[in-house]
Ligand binder design. Sequence first.
Ligand code: PA5
Length: 486
Amino acid sequence: MSGLKLPHDLINKTLIKTSEVPIGLDYRRFGEKGSHITEHQAFRSESKRAVELHSLLLEGKSGLLRDGEIVMTGWKTESPFIPESEIDAIESAAKTLASDIDDFWSIGIGGSYLGIRAIVEAVMGSIEMSNMLSREERCGTPRIFFLGQNMDPVYTANVLALMKGRRVGGSVISKSGGTVEPAIAFAIIKDLMEKSYSADEVSKRIVAITASKKCSLRSLAEQKGYETFAVPDNVGGRFSVTSPVGLFSLAVAGVNIREFIAGARYGEEQTRSMPFEKNIAQLRAVMRYLAHKKLNKDIEVASTGIYDLKSVTSWMQQLGPESEGKNGEGLWISPEYYTEMAHANGQMIQMGKRNMFETFIMVEDPGVDVTITAKGTPVEYLDGETLHFVNTAFIEGLRDAHYEGGVPTMSYLLPDLSAFTMGMFFQTEMNVIALSGLMLGQNPFIQPGVQLYKDIANIRSGKPGTEEAAEKIKQKEADLDPKFIL
Ligand code: PA5
């Protein structure tokens, strides 16, 4: 049997240029029971409050913006305005590393992982798919693997096995330098590399991205002679994708980081200069807040019909809840990939408890399309149409049906999946979450719950110095009633 033929006119690719077409927001269906959110009696006062809070973010003068002594708004006031010389340094280090390796590992968790994966996949294609292509088909970039975002032995073993026998290198990212999941992944890969290559080769192929002040990772990097980039003190993990945390790995993966930053800068400028009624970040923050506090919505469904944007919805799942989920408040974010999930929890969104609203990420031109050939089949009426046309029609159908079913919906409108568009989208959404967190009275830049989990996990895994606390945990466990375990 011969191989599958692909006629040349089946798959159509459009060349994604730097679009510089701004993203949009369609919120015509944001309301319930026939009433638009702008008609809510609190809309005016909350809009005014959002504008004031935005000024507060820019001025940096509030305890709610600090982590310890530091005002954590560098992602807004500095990252999008990163000097050219820093971009040059990051790009040049990334280029040198990328040309020297077959496989690139990026180690990090939470904010040191999700934003990178989201942008790489949106702009360059999902890594599951692109790692299966030849280097030439991947535009000359190395394969990308993420490690340290979990401690799953099966996942880790599979990634290591896939890299066996290849020239590998990567970046280890941890602002604190001490987060256990990435620290373990790095310990394993460092050891393997030291056993496979000369000391000189190892030091040339590892880049460490960590706090500028002394921490265990920085000390190790200095001792081993790895190149380092600093995580700015005033930028927290989940807001760090426009800093060296994101930029280095993005550049290795082939994302044009100048265009990405230009998009982020444009998004920032729009958030600063647009009047409220045209200001995507401020409007969306007010709508999220009112949906939560006045319409009793607890869940934001973040939906896409584009496989390469699944990680973007995962990034949203982190950015919102880790920033807002404090003091018994905050919106849960549920990522949905359609139309796959329309046949699963789509039923719940349509007809279950009315405690959710939905944000769609719609893309005008995803850069590739497939022509449907359907003569003599039940879908003959779609013969000659394209998948993007039908996919969009179905997702718009879901949006309309969910709205009719009592789910307020809004849609981000992205012109394409270019680096510029993603930069604008990410900067806008970071503004949205900072603002809606502040509207809830939260400090969006701290994560005491995550710290608590890190502390308890450290105790349970036997970190030296935690022996007394471990005893207490053992005692608590012994106090549990054994009749409830089968
Ligand atoms: O957004 C955050 O602050 C967190 O998700 C952190 O990025 C995550 O906990 C990893 O921390 P670190 O970079 O210090 O290893």
